[in-house]
Design a protein around this ligand. Structure first.
Ligand SMILES: [Ca+2]
Ligand SMILES: [Ca+2]
Ligand SMILES: [Ca+2]
Ligand SMILES: [Ca+2]
Length: 455
């Protein structure tokens, strides 16, 4: 597909999403994929609030789920592409979701479709066999049978768009304060250098606030009146490709809270899994309430969340596969955007040294600080890549493309200190200091060397 037409199509779809959602705003502190998806309005969703309204037929009141398959990606020819649909959610909580992936365009002559994984699971993978562009579509359907708008991801062998992160929303306590913005967690998946373009898209009436330097990583402005300021960030890579915009809100009114469903885990089937929502927060320090849902689980699983209204719920996976709990927190007035975590449960009899090494790598990654990453959301992005490798390995055993995935796309995100000269994080690393790389990299090297012996 012609690239210009493709982007026009994506833009139109996004516009439709925006209109459909009543003007979404993506929160800065949500996962990276939120940069490409439209989250619903922060107003609490009360579909049945007015039973006297003419449109009171309950069949018309189910809100459609929102598909999210993450940001566009770049891979090398013969590389394995892993797409993550677990950021999809349903605004009115009709879980579990079902997933339908489709490769809708490839370079001519490509046999990528024949390498695709099960198209009804929450993650999807295939091997890129020819240079060019691949368009993949995800549609999710809620438990009442309502389908989302399609979400398109472009996978190419050339250049990926960068990801803008405009930082966390901020509370404004009084006027005439200098507010500092933080775009430092923006990044480019290819490691390309990026430039910044900030703009104030809305401010209180009579405010004459202006950014001191709209091209800085950390610009400031003086909030000269109380009210709500919305500032947008777009980053551009050195090949001229723009990110989707990300927004940050600075407000003297109530700011919606941020949910954090915790780190991805690999566990054993039958073992109790403890979830941790304690990373959730509210910039106004409002007390939070918690609402967890199992957004997806393996077909046939009967597990339920215990303590779904608490900070630390648990559940017992009963079938091997990926479980995706979803957390929304509320500050008494506003819901957060949803946050997801992926738990991969493995049958104990399947555990071998390779899986054990990768489980150790995930534990080590979860032990790092947010500040060890180029973007805090890349902790879960990285552990999910490992989980999908494990899942493919358990299905199909050794493959060259899984080995490449481990070497290039996973170990490659933390190898600058081990193989670089000078020894320092390199341009495409996601783990940004040598002590943190040293905690994780050896586990991956161990897994890779075990895997190589299986070839
Ligand atoms: Ca729904
Ligand atoms: Ca790029
Ligand atoms: Ca609040
Ligand atoms: Ca690297």
């Amino acid at each position: 597909m012609n690239k210009a037409i493709f982007y026009l199509l994506v833009s139109s779809l996004l516009l439709i999403f925006f209109i459909g959602c009543g003007g979404g705003s993506s929160d800065s502190a949500t996962n990276t994929s939120s940069n490409t998806s439209i989250t619903p309005d922060s107003d609490p969703i009360t579909p049945n609030s007015d039973p006297t309204a003419p449109d009171s037929d309950p069949t018309n009141q189910n809100l459609a789920p929102v598909a999210n398959a993450g940001a566009d990606q770049t891979v090398k020819v013969d590389g394995l592409v892993i797409l993550d649909g677990t950021g999809s959610y349903d605004p009115d909580g009709n879980y579990p979701l079902t997933y339908a992936w489709e490769i809708i365009s490839t370079p001519s002559g490509s046999t990528a479709i024949s390498s695709a994984s099960d198209s009804s699971e929450s993650t999807f993978s295939f091997t890129v066999d020819l240079p060019g562009e691949y368009t993949i579509q995800l549609v999710v359907t809620d438990s009442l049978g309502t389908a989302s708008e399609p979400y398109l991801v472009l996978v190419s062998t050339s250049n990926s768009m960068p990801v803008a992160d405009a930082g966390s929303n901020q509370a404004l306590s009084k006027e005439d304060i200098t507010v500092q913005l933080d775009g430092s967690q923006s990044f480019d998946p290819d490691g390309d250098p990026i430039t910044y373009a900030w703009s104030i898209t809305s401010k209180p009436p009579f405010s004459s606030a202006a950014l001191n330097d709209p091209t800085a990583v950390n610009p400031t402005f003086v909030a000269d009146s109380l009210g709500t300021y919305v500032i947008e960030l777009i980053v551009t890579d050195n090949q001229g490709l723009d990110s989707f915009p990300d927004e940050v809100v600075v407000s003297s009114e109530n700011v919606k809270p941020v949910a954090d469903a915790g780190g991805n885990q690999v566990v054993l089937v039958g073992e109790t899994v403890f979830l941790d929502g304690s990373g959730s927060y509210d910039v106004n320090l409002d007390p939070l309430t918690y609402s967890w849902n199992m957004a997806s689980k393996p077909k046939g699983s009967l597990t339920v969340l215990i303590g779904a209204e608490t900070e630390y719920p648990n559940f017992e996976p009963d079938i091997q596969g990926i479980y995706t709990p979803n957390l929304v927190v509320n500050d008494g007035f506003l819901d957060s955007d949803p946050s997801n975590v992926n738990i991969f449960a493995v049958d104990a009899e399947n555990i071998d040294d390779f899986i054990r090494a990768l489980m150790d790598a995930i534990l080590a990654i979860n032990g790092l600080d947010d500040s060890d990453f180029n973007n805090a959301n890349n902790r879960n992005a990285l552990t999910l890549k490992i989980i999908v490798v494990l899942k493919n390995y358990l299905q199909d055993g050794y493959s060259e493309s899984l080995l490449d995935k481990l070497r290039d796309d996973i170990a490659g995100k933390m190898d600058g200190c081990a193989i670089g000269d000078p020894s320092a994080p390199d341009q495409n690393d996601w783990i940004m200091n040598c002590p943190a790389q040293a905690d994780v990299y050896p586990h991956l090297m161990e897994a890779i060397s075990i895997f190589e012996t299986m070839s």
